[in-house]
Design a protein around this ligand. Structure first.
Ligand SMILES: Cc1ncc(C[n+]2csc(CCOP(=O)(O)OP(=O)(O)O)c2C)c(N)n1
Length: 282
């Protein structure tokens, strides 16, 4: 027999899986309309974004500057495609606007910026997000607010020295309202990080910098929820949640590509991707 709390948790997972799939549909459509884009990243991170935007984060889609909001800080501007999908579903801007992704004059640039409603920072220049997140986490604490700050980084971004200065500061100031999610998809622009500049062992590095750390399957919604719940119990330390994800998750055509940092396929191939997403997991 399952108790009410378990059932409601199970229902939350079911709902969030449906939400993640919906985000993936938007990601594919955005890339298909413009013919290219960072679809692999958007598909890979959809589970985290579903959990944050439709379960964990406190924000007001109408009053985006609500001072007590939780902040989502996207260091990795090229992952914006996923955030656009989440923000549109959250009602921050119309779903139809997603069809302008990456086009001249659009607010939805391929590498996202503060010009887009719901973006806390311009993130294309890698390595600056965690510093800003540390500043925000310190700022809201000094203001006496309950807000949390969630920063999404990538494994390639760990090669930026400024990330580690910020990591040191986060631990020094004991920012337990700061959460760094590190998307370890095993790829960067020119190949796998271990061949370019090895960022492993990622978890041990964050722990050495004084962070509370966990490493989970970033495409498993239950695992993400549990990791956040556990982190919320830990005080006086910032939290690093390392996510092992698969680029292109849900679309085998993309999952199996050797290099999918930037996806450009033939116009007649997009329907294959769409069909695969509908029949595939999750
Ligand atoms: C400071 C800086 N250096 C280089 C780049 C160019 N660049 C854009 S994305 C990227 C790859 C970063 O690695 P990662 O985010 O892990 O790649 P992905 O998982 O998206 O393939 C690079 C080097 C940049 N945007 N900013």
């Amino acid at each position: 027999m399952t108790c009410v709390a378990e059932r409601s948790q199970e229902q939350a997972v079911v709902d969030l899986k449906a939400r993640a799939k919906s985000l993936r549909r938007h990601v594919l459509r955005m890339a298909e309309v413009v013919g290219q884009g960072y679809a692999g990243q958007g598909l890979g991170i959809a589970d985290l974004l579903a959990v944050l935007y439709f379960h964990e984060m406190r924000y007001d889609a109408v009053r985006l500057d609500w001072p007590d909001r939780d902040r989502f800080v996207l260091s990795i501007g090229h992952y914006s495609i996923g955030l656009y999908a989440a923000l549109a579903e959250a009602g921050v801007f119309p779903i139809e606007e997603l069809d302008t992704y990456g086009m001249d004059g659009s607010r939805l640039e391929m590498s996202g910026s503060e010009a887009t409603p719901g973006f806390e920072m311009t993130g294309g220049s890698l390595g600056h997000g965690l510093s800003q997140a540390v500043g925000m986490a310190l700022g809201v604490r000094l203001d006496g607010r309950e807000s949390r700050v969630f920063n999404l980084l990538s494994d390639g971004e760990l090669q930026e020295g400024s990330t580690w200065e910020a990591a040191m500061a986060g631990a020094h100031y004991r920012l337990d309202n700061l959460f760094a999610f590190i998307d370890c998809n095993g790829q960067q622009a020119d190949g796998p990080p271990y061949k370019i500049m090895n960022s492993e062992p990622v978890q041990e590095k964050w722990a050495a910098f004084g962070w509370h750390t966990q490493r989970v399957d970033g495409n498993d919604i239950s695992a993400i929820l549990s990791a956040i719940d556990l982190a919320l119990e830990v005080h006086d330390q910032p939290h690093a949640i390392i996510l092992d994800t698969m680029m292109g998750r849900g679309v085998p055509l993309f999952e199996q590509r050797e290099k999918n940092h930037f996806i450009r396929i033939e116009p007649n191939e997009w329907h294959i991707a769409r069909e695969q997403l509908e029949v595939g997991t999750p």
